[in-house]
Design a protein around this ligand. Structure first.
Ligand code: MG
Length: 590
């Protein structure tokens, strides 16, 4: 056996993560609830069936004819639509479009933020020409091609980060720009045509709500100390709410992105004030309350502040910004609650459930810088968040680099779901010295630059299990007591492990025809004695015993016969006796 991949298996027994056994869950009916609230494929999904290949023109035409999306609302800790269906929001951010972040594309080093660029263009060419060039950028950075690509990832929401002066004329406070609604209208329309909601995200407020470059003006953070800036932002949100108050395709209003330039307590007070300003105009939309870097505790319950129909938002970046290095264990510990089973996502689940308030993980980045395991781990983030009913929008849809992405889409893949391929070189211009025509040509080039998808990420994000077919063990919708790790066996490189009696993993499976199937389990076990059961609705359908294979990564296949009915259903792999790893299982007609 070649031990090519690192493995860390705990030598001490794992503390119990199971307050209740699977049997108790089955008996109580909680099991059905758990599976019914599973990944995006199982609840109301507004995105149509996805194919791995680009949509044919006819398919696009159909998508364009999609019905208007029903408005979302808060129902306890869940997002629901007007028909009462739970909606698991699965999406991404349209970063670097309506709020520029120059690390997301090749750009000259003399431009740290959007303020610098706009001031420079105005000083060099006059304001009218600056306005025109910014429009050229916006018209070419995102085109219909990009909306089609987003749809192909199976998304049903897009978060739209924008700068305040997209809407307010920065030279005339409390005045709408002539083209104030051009880009938000377009984005909402294009998303809705493809079955996707939008979240309006004020990413940069006038004066800047933090020191970071992505608020528009790096190092500023003047929003909190300036009553006039806060008044203008209150006015701005009232204009937005007036514009979109009846638009169902807007999932929610994200009042202020990463507002970390003040204390958590002051943030909660300022956001409460903004909430009430919105409510004077719009009684219906979900208002999204941003967390502080320190969390959301300063808010207390929204109702205690007179706030209703709201959701909280946090951004979780395990692997980045001081939170460890990007790696499979760091992401996995976060998603599956750490060694004790009570940290990470589980801790946040308790917090949100206590507040009985929906949640949006407005930014996260699970696929970059961890190699071949990134795409599946990316999809797992969506599944785990959606399992809790949380909305999830990754950062970000598109990033470009000067030399483009080489290889198969897994090694060294960047932060974007799409990027430019190797050979599609992007040569930035120097905005200090380039002519307006040169800058315009650069901006226009984004509209025709070849793009390449992260195909593996797309495949995992749109995966639907079917029988006959093979199901990777780690692609469960939910589980009890299971952890995952890299494997040296074939398949996708991950196996399920730490399997003990009464652990289980559940999977939505579409069975093509009724009849007898052979179920095969790919197992490895140092000592044997394991028992693996395929079950459904608390009934054992098939049992296979696991022999000793000589090691945790020495693999063999065991099988049994199982009768299945045709149709979409939940199948559960239940552990009768543990002591083995499971890489995949498979259903075939014998
Ligand atoms: Mg596997």
């Amino acid at each position: 056996m070649s031990q090519v991949l690192p493995r860390v298996r705990r030598t001490q027994p794992r503390p119990s993560r199971r307050g209740r056994t699977a049997s108790a869950l089955l008996a109580s009916g909680a099991f059905a609830l758990l599976t019914a609230c599973g990944g995006g494929g199982e609840s109301a999904s507004t995105a149509g069936p996805q194919s791995a290949s680009p949509a044919a023109p006819e398919a696009r035409a159909q998508a364009v004819a999609a019905a208007p999306l029903p408005m979302l609302r808060q129902d306890g800790r869940l997002w629901r639509n007007a028909a009462g269906q739970q909606v698991n929001l699965r999406g991404t951010n349209l970063g670097n479009w309506l709020q520029l972040e120059f690390w997301m594309m090749p750009f000259d080093a003399a431009t740290p933020d959007q303020c610098t660029l706009e001031n420079r263009l105005t000083a060099r060419f006059g304001r009218a020409e600056k306005e025109r060039l910014m429009q050229v950028f916006r018209d070419h950075w995102i085109t219909t091609r990009d909306w089609d690509l987003m749809q192909q990832f199976g998304l049903n929401v897009v978060r739209l980060p924008f700068w305040y002066s997209l809407i307010e004329d920065e030279t005339r406070p409390y005045t709408l720009r002539p083209d104030a609604w051009k880009y938000l209208d377009r984005a909402i329309d294009e998303a809705e045509k493809r079955g996707m909601y939008t979240i309006l995200d004020l990413h940069g407020a006038v004066g800047s709500q933090g020191w970071e470059h992505h608020s528009g003006c790096a190092g500023k953070n003047e929003y909190w100390g300036n009553a006039e800036y806060r008044n203008r932002t209150r006015w701005l949100w009232q204009q937005i709410a007036q514009r979109y108050r009846d638009r169902g395709a807007v999932a929610g209003y994200g009042l202020l992105n990463e507002p970390w330039g003040t204390t958590p307590e002051n943030l909660a007070n300022v956001i409460t004030d903004l909430y009430h300003a919105v409510r004077q105009v719009d009684p219906k939309h979900v208002v999204i309350l941003p967390g502080h870097a320190a969390g959301i505790d300063a808010y207390g319950t929204p109702a205690s502040r007179g706030m209703h129909n709201v959701a909280f938002e946090m951004h979780f970046y395990p692997g980045f910004f001081g939170w460890g290095e990007p790696s499979y264990p760091v992401h996995n510990d976060w998603l599956y609650c750490g060694n004790a089973g009570t940290g990470g996502v589980c801790e946040w689940e308790r917090r949100l459930n206590a507040l009985n308030t929906p949640f949006l993980v407005g930014e996260f980045q699970p696929w970059t810088a961890i190699g071949a395991l990134g795409p599946q781990l990316g999809a797992r983030h969506y599944d785990v968040y959606n399992h809790r009913g949380w909305g999830a929008t990754s950062w970000s849809y598109k990033t470009l680099s000067r030399d483009g992405q080489a290889g198969d889409g897994s090694a060294g893949w960047p932060w974007g779901m799409v990027t430019n391929p190797a050979g599609a070189r992007v040569q930035e211009v120097d905005t200090v010295t380039a002519s307006a025509a040169q800058i315009e040509a650069y901006f226009r080039s984004f509209g025709t630059l070849p793009l390449v998808k992260n195909e593996a990420l797309q495949r995992w994000m749109t995966l639907k299990h079917s029988a006959p077919g093979r199901i990777e063990a780690e692609s469960f919708t939910w589980m009890q007591g299971v952890q995952t790790e890299p494997t040296s066996d074939g398949g996708t490189g991950i196996n399920a492990g730490w399997l003990d009696a009464r652990d289980w993993m559940s999977y939505p499976v579409n069975v093509s025809t009724s009849g007898t199937y052979r179920v095969s389990f790919r197992v490895a076990s140092p000592n044997g004695g394991g028992r693996v059961i395929l079950s459904q609705d608390a009934r054992d359908l098939a049992v296979a015993t696991v022999p000793a294979t000589g090691g945790w990564q020495n693999w063999t296949t065991v099988s049994a016969l199982v009768p299945l009915k045709a149709g979409q259903q939940t199948l559960t792999v239940y552990i009768g006796a543990g002591g083995f790893n499971l890489n995949w299982w498979q259903l075939d007609r014998p």
